[in-house]
Design a protein around this ligand. Structure first.
Ligand code: ATP
Ligand code: MG
Length: 563
């Protein structure tokens, strides 16, 4: 569990008022109730930070409860991933791990009580018929012809449903509320359906499974949840939850509060759609670094600290809104900025031969890992020689005005090192492509500004050709090319960003990076933050994921001028 308290919000204000009124003397209990039917995403992180954060700050506890009422879509793989992700985010449920499936027997008994009280009945209508007789917002529904079965018949049928006497879909148990209720969720909702499916926890013990709406409030009650916090779409279901709780009358009654779910630009939060991306292989898996899943963000190289910072910043409100992806990216930059060492890596190398540099001379240039505060992370030695690589896009043969990089006859500062001047261009005879530059270096400028006072426009990064190491760099970009891919008529997949992944197989990094271990992070100067991939990278053959680019990196380096 992390220790810094989170900012205030309307739910915390409710809790404060409750405590001031002397309620919940036994402590605040919240819960995070995922359905194990997919991997957690950044939207879930908002809920986790909210629920576990409240438990932490009020000295209560937060239950991790698997809402596992849907055996066909759920699996142990998902269960395990959820536990891993909650822990990774920095939270701990301690001994408070629960499964809705463990309440099946209790829920069954309570359902029998509802039947005995004349509040539930077995219905033989098909799912389609139930839908058709439900009515609309403007038209009341019609009563099921089975609504008036006797208690004895209902109890008998329900018992036989459990015993497996009827095929899937033949019968359901419905609450008997009001087919004319203005709130559609009160129109005799289904409480149980038959499903021949093996459950990851109860095996084949049940063929009768409770609906989420029936399991939900009773599970909260059984666990002594004081504040049952869920997203706004459940507000409309609250009267139903309350109705169930009134019938069941458990010793403890939770109260439900709704908050706005997280929506974010350029991505999707629906587990169904995320699953589709995985199944159709639009991404490499749930942990593809472009996915909004916690597994994906982790593999991307984002730290849990950044996600918690982001969740604190977006806050918790009652009105739906969409958060700009940039807010997450900014939190990531801010988190990494002062803790990650800065090194040199040329992504698309262009060879530069220094014509006046002594043959065979190699200098060791001492560069700080954190130029803003050199003592903080120390230094390393970077070899410099007469054959270098610079970035292809740091050279233009016919530059526009204000191009502060290299062009024929112009000078540029190499980061932490000499000023060089471009004296010639070697081209591929066939294609006309620039394949090598000729240049001279000014030996006086290794640590100093030019003696004659001439101004040097910009600073670029470099590596020595012979002393650098080959690395693979994967540039990740937003998964979708439009801000709201799930909106509108078109299939969301038509909005996938075709250049969301660019692999650069021939990048060259300074020597010190070659032995990077999976998970090691660097800032490649002027490019962004990177992590050695957890799966594909190994010391001696590093593969780097770009976590996030630097904002407006060029402007900053140009302004700083000199070395
Ligand atoms: P689905 O995508 O299938 O609708 P879900 O998003 O409801 O599923 P659950 O596993 O039921 O997924 O979610 C667990 C908890 O996380 C719930 O309390 C839910 O309210 C919360 N949650 C889910 N998505 C978001 C989101 N985008 N923002 C905030 N909380 C969320
Ligand atoms: Mg859900």
């Amino acid at each position: 569990m992390t220790d810094a308290p989170s900012p205030n919000n309307f739910i915390r204000q409710i809790i404060d008022a409750d405590l001031a009124a002397g309620k919940h003397a036994a402590g605040i209990v919240t819960r995070f109730p995922p359905e194990p039917n997919g991997y957690l995403h950044i939207g879930h992180a908002k809920s986790i930070c909210l629920n576990f954060g409240i438990a932490r700050d009020y000295g209560g506890h937060c239950n991790l409860r698997f809402d596992d009422t849907n055996p066909e879509k759920e699996s142990v793989e998902y269960l395990d991933s959820i536990k891993e992700d909650v822990r990774w985010l920095g939270f701990d449920w301690g001994t408070h791990l629960y499964h809705a499936a463990d309440y099946f027997e209790q829920l069954y008994e309570w359902a029998c009580k509802l039947i005995r009280d004349g509040k539930a009945f077995v219905c033989d209508l098909t799912p389609d018929e139930i839908r058709e007789t439900r009515g609309t917002l403007t038209k009341p529904g019609t009563d099921s012809p089975y609504r008036h079965r006797s208690v004895e018949e209902n109890l008998d049928l329900f018992r036989r449903m459990r015993a497996g006497e009827f095929p899937d879909g033949a019968k359901v148990l419905r609450a008997k509320i009001d087919m004319a209720a203005a709130n559609l969720s009160l129109r005799d909702p289904v409480m149980y359906r038959l499903r021949r499916a093996t459950h990851h926890r109860t095996g084949d013990q049940w063929c009768l499974y409770p609906m989420y709406d029936w399991a939900h409030g009773q599970s909260d009650a059984l666990e002594g949840i004081t504040h049952s916090i869920c997203t706004l779409e459940f507000e409309i279901h609250r009267p139903l939850y309350d109705w169930y709780l009134e019938q069941v009358a458990p010793p403890h009654r939770p109260r439900q509060f709704e908050f706005a779910r997280l929506n974010m630009t350029y991505t999707i939060m629906s587990k169904r759609m995320l699953l589709e991306l995985v199944q159709d292989r639009h991404v490499s898996g749930w942990d593809d670094p472009r996915m909004p899943t916690l597994a994906g963000l982790r593999r991307r190289g984002i730290r849990p600290e950044a996600i918690r910072l982001f969740c604190d910043r977006i806050g918790v409100a009652r009105a739906d809104s969409t958060v700009d992806m940039e807010l997450l990216e900014n939190s990531v930059r801010e988190d990494l900025n002062t803790i990650v060492p800065r090194v040199l890596c040329v992504h698309r190398p262009l060879r530069v031969v220094l014509e006046n540099y002594p043959t065979d001379l190699v200098e060791e240039i001492e560069l700080p890992y954190f130029p803003d505060d050199p003592p903080k992370m120390g230094t390393r030695k970077v070899p410099f020689s007469g054959a270098l690589f610079i970035e292809q896009d740091d050279f233009l043969e016919n530059p526009p005005k204000k191009f502060f990089r290299l062009s024929p006859g112009k000078e540029v500062r190499l980061r932490g090192c000499y000023v060089i001047k471009c004296t010639g261009v070697v081209k591929d005879e066939r294609t006309g492509e620039v394949v090598e530059l000729r240049a001279t270096y000014d030996p006086e400028t290794r640590t100093d500004a030019p003696k004659d006072g001439r101004k040097i426009g910009g600073t670029i990064h470099w590596v020595s050709a012979a002393h650098s190491v080959p690395v693979q760099v994967r540039l990740y970009d937003r998964l979708f090319s439009v801000p709201n891919p799930a909106a509108g008529e078109a299939d969301f997949k038509t909005h996938l960003n075709p250049s969301s992944l660019e692999v650069l197989p021939d990048a060259r990094a300074e020597r010190s990076v070659g032995e990077a271990k999976p998970g090691d992070r660097f800032q490649f100067e002027r490019r962004g933050f990177y992590v050695a991939d957890m799966k594909d990278s190994r010391p001696g053959a590093p593969v780097f994921n770009r976590i996030v680019s630097l904002r407006d990196s060029w402007a900053k380096v140009a302004k700083a001028g000199g070395a």
